[in-house]
Write a protein that binds this ligand. Structure first.
Ligand SMILES: N[C@@H](CCC(=O)N[C@@H](CS)C(=O)NCC(=O)O)C(=O)O
Length: 215
């Protein structure tokens, strides 16, 4: 059976959502990032990068959300988690996911999860840089209602991880990011996502809330 190594509320939630959307059979293994469990020899033997997620499959370990989600979409075609008929549209979805992985995730991660926490001008600078990435998604990448247009894809669960973080940190302004706010609400209403939040011991991110605890 598939085994997902994850940390509650962290980016592995994107792969977790894809597993649920695919109706895959899987088990969860929780890695506590605050305790440093991602750097233990046992976990490094699974993912030498020392980060979650990692998905153990019959063929070996897959890392990187974008790769895990693409593999799940292709191995569970009946779930319609990507446009599998068009190599071009599939590549476009991967461009979206690549942007999240390589650009938006590091930017928002720096703004809200730095150790020690950023303060003053450094915090403002990091938030400004991160929000410029969200602007790009709001105005250019997110087609609506779903990331790629009319069909839900794994890119939607992935985007929702980062809009959730932004909302929990009062950064997802409703005037500035109307499409991203509507998208997060839509994703959070999906049965698979409701189940993932429950399994990870989390609440949906609503408009008013407590700040997210840094991991
Ligand atoms: N690009 C990677 C990023 C993985 C990643 O950075 N995971 C974070 C949680 S969101 C992590 O495990 N951090 C622990 C650490 O850096 O020690 C992916 O999408 O899988």
């Amino acid at each position: 059976m598939l085994k997902l190594y994850y940390s509650p509320g962290a980016c592995a939630m994107a792969s977790h959502i894809a597993l649920e959307e695919a109706h895959a059979e899987y088990e969860l293994v929780k890695i506590d990032l605050r305790k440093g469990e991602q750097k233990t020899p046992d976990y490094l033997a699974i993912n030498p990068a020392g980060v979650t997620p990692a998905l153990v499959t019959e063929l070996g370990v897959l890392t990187e959300n974008a790769a895990i989600m693409a593999w799940l979409a292709r191995t569970h075609p009946e779930a319609n988690l990507a446009d599998l008929d068009s190599p071009f549209q599939f590549a476009r979805m991967q461009a979206f996911n690549g942007f999240l992985a390589a650009s938006l995730h590091p930017a928002i991660g720096k703004a809200i999860f730095s150790h020690p926490a950023l303060e003053g001008a450094a915090k403002v600078q990091a938030e400004t840089a991160a929000l410029a990435k969200y602007d790009l998604v709001e105005h250019h990448l997110l087609k609506g209602p779903w990331a790629m247009g009319e069909q839900y894809t794994v890119a939607d669960g992935y985007l929702s991880v980062f809009t959730r973080w932004a909302r929990l940190n009062d950064l997802l302004d409703r005037e500035r990011f109307p499409k991203l706010n509507a998208h997060l609400n839509l994703v959070q209403s999906r049965p698979a996502v409701i189940k993932v939040l429950h399994l990870e011991g989390l609440q949906p991110a609503l408009a008013s809330h407590e700040p997210l605890v840094a991991h």
